[in-house]
Write a protein that binds this ligand. Structure first.
Ligand code: F6P
Length: 366
C-alpha cells in the first residue's frame, strides 16, 4: 500500500526565474487547505537539503507572493548531492564528494514523505538520487530557457520573452536615430527559444539561434541590403549560445564547482565587431543577461505556476510516483521524471515560428 503523504518537502533548484513563487504558493496552499499536508520549505535548493536548512511553511508564509519574482526559498545551481564541491585541493581544484547520504538523513529526520522539486534539467538530474533511494519525488518544470525535455513550456519563459521584447523595442530608437546595427544578446544556454520568441515579437531583422550556426557574410549582406534600400538600421537578436559556422560558443566564465560549469556570454559583442568590420555600418551590442530572469512574473506565468503547483499535489495524492508535471498540447499532465533528466529540448530548425519569421523577411544568418 502507498504510504499517505503527511509531510512534504519543497525546494527550488537552479537559476531563479519568474513564477517560482506562484508555484510555491500553489503547492503549499493546495496541500494545506485541501489535504492537511504539512509543507516544509528547503532553503537554497539541494544545498538546504545537504546543510539541513528546512523550515515549516504555513499558508501565511506564501501569502502575497504570487506577484514576486525570484524564490522565497532561495536557490542554488551548484549543489548536486552526488557531486558536491566540499573544498579545494592543493592545486586549487575543487574536491567533490557524494553527500546524498546527508540529504537522505535530513529527509528522514524531518519525516518527509515526498519531495516537490521545482527546477530545470539540473534539478531533475539531481532528483534521480532520491528517486533511486525510493523517495517519492514530483518535479515541476522551471526555466527561462524553455529547454526542459518532455514539456511544451516551462514557467518563467514567457516573462523572460516579455522582458527581452521590451528591451529590444527600446533599442529600436537608437538604431533608427543613429543608423546603426544594434545587437541584443539574450540568455537561453544552448537553446534559442528566448531569442526566437523575443526576436519574432520585436520584429527583429536578424535572429541568431544556437541551433542555426550563423554565416557572417550572409548577415552583412542582409544589413547592407537593408541600408541600401532605405532601412538604415537593423536589429539583431542573438542567443548567448549562438556560434558562427565552424566556430565555437563564446564562454564568459567557467565555474568549476557547478555541475554545469560553462557560463555563456559575449557572442553579441564578437558579432558586433565582425559586422562593423565587414559591413562598415556602425554596430553596437548589449547583453540583457540576468535582467530577463528578474522582475515580476507576467500573468501567463502566474497562471501556469498555479496550474502546475495544483497538479503536482493531485499527482502525489493519486499515489503516482517519480512524476514530472508538464504541459502537453495545452493540457497539464505528467510524465516520468527520468524522461527529463540530462536532456535538452532545442528549437527544431523547421519550427513553425522560424518559417513564419522567414516569410516576413527575417534573416536567420544562414
Ligand atoms: O538556465 C538559466 C540561465 O539564466 C541561462 O539562460 C544562463 O545561461 C544561465 O542560467 C546563467 O547562469 P548564472 O546565473 O549561474 O550566471
Amino acid at each position: 500500500m502507498t504510504k499517505p503523504i503527511r509531510r512534504l518537502g519543497v525546494l527550488t533548484g537552479g537559476g531563479d526565474c519568474p513564477g517560482l513563487n506562484a508555484v510555491i504558493r500553489a503547492v503549499t496552499k493546495s496541500a494545506i487547505y485541501n489535504h492537511e499536508i504539512e509543507v516544509y520549505g528547503i532553503e537554497d535548493g539541494f544545498l538546504g537539503l545537504i546543510e539541513n536548512r528546512i523550515r515549516r511553511l504555513h499558508s501565511a508564509d506564501v501569502s502575497n507572493i504570487i506577484t514576486r519574482g525570484g524564490t522565497i526559498l532561495g536557490s542554488s545551481n551548484k549543489a548536486d548531492p552526488k557531486r558536491f564541491a566540499t573544498g579545494y585541493n592543493e592545486s586549487g581544484d575543487p574536491v567533490f564528494e557524494d553527500v546524498s547520504d546527508k540529504c537522505l538523513k535530513h529527509i528522514e529526520e524531518h519525516k518527509l514523505d515526498a519531495l516537490c522539486l521545482i527546477g530545470g534539467d539540473g534539478t531533475m538530474s539531481g532528483a534521480q538520487t532520491f528517486v533511486e533511494a525510493g523517495i517519492n519525488c514530483i518535479g515541476l518544470p522551471k526555466t527561462i530557457d524553455n529547454d526542459l525535455h518532455g514539456t511544451d513550456i516551462t514557467f518563467g519563459f514567457l516573462t523572460a520573452v516579455e522582458t527581452a521584447t521590451e528591451a529590444i523595442d527600446r533599442v529600436h530608437t537608437t538604431a533608427q536615430s543613429h543608423h546603426r546595427v544594434m545587437i541584443v544578446e539574450v540568455m537561453g544556454r544552448n537553446a534559442g527559444w528566448i531569442a526566437l520568441y523575443a526576436g519574432a515579437a520585436s520584429g527583429s531583422d536578424v535572429i541568431i539561434l544556437p541551433e542555426i550556426p550563423y554565416n557572417l557574410e550572409s548577415i552583412c549582406d542582409f544589413v547592407r541590403f537593408r541600408s541600401k534600400h532605405g532601412k538604415r538600421f537593423s536589429i539583431v537578436c542573438i542567443a548567448e549560445g549562438a556560434k558562427a559556422e565552424g566556430g565555437r560558443q563564446v564562454v564568459s566564465r567557467i565555474d568549476p564547482t557547478s555541475p554545469d560549469p560553462v557560463r555563456l556570454g559575449g557572442v553579441g559583442e564578437q558579432l558586433a565587431d565582425d559586422i562593423e568590420r565587414c559591413s562598415s555600418i556602425e554596430t553596437r551590442a548589449i547583453v540583457l543577461g540576468h535582467v530577463i530572469r528578474g522582475g515580476t512574473p507576467i500573468a501567463a506565468d502566474r497562471v501556469l505556476g498555479t496550474q502546475f503547483g495544483y497538479h503536482a499535489i493531485e499527482v502525489l495524492l493519486a499515489g503516482k510516483k517519480e512524476r514530472l508535471v508538464v504541459m502537453r498540447n495545452q493540457e497539464v499532465t505528467d510524465i516520468n521524471i527520468r524522461d527529463a533528466a540530462n536532456k535538452q529540448r532545442l528549437v527544431p530548425r523547421d519550427h513553425q515560428l522560424i518559417r513564419a519569421c522567414k516569410a516576413v523577411g527575417t534573416c536567420f544568418g544562414e
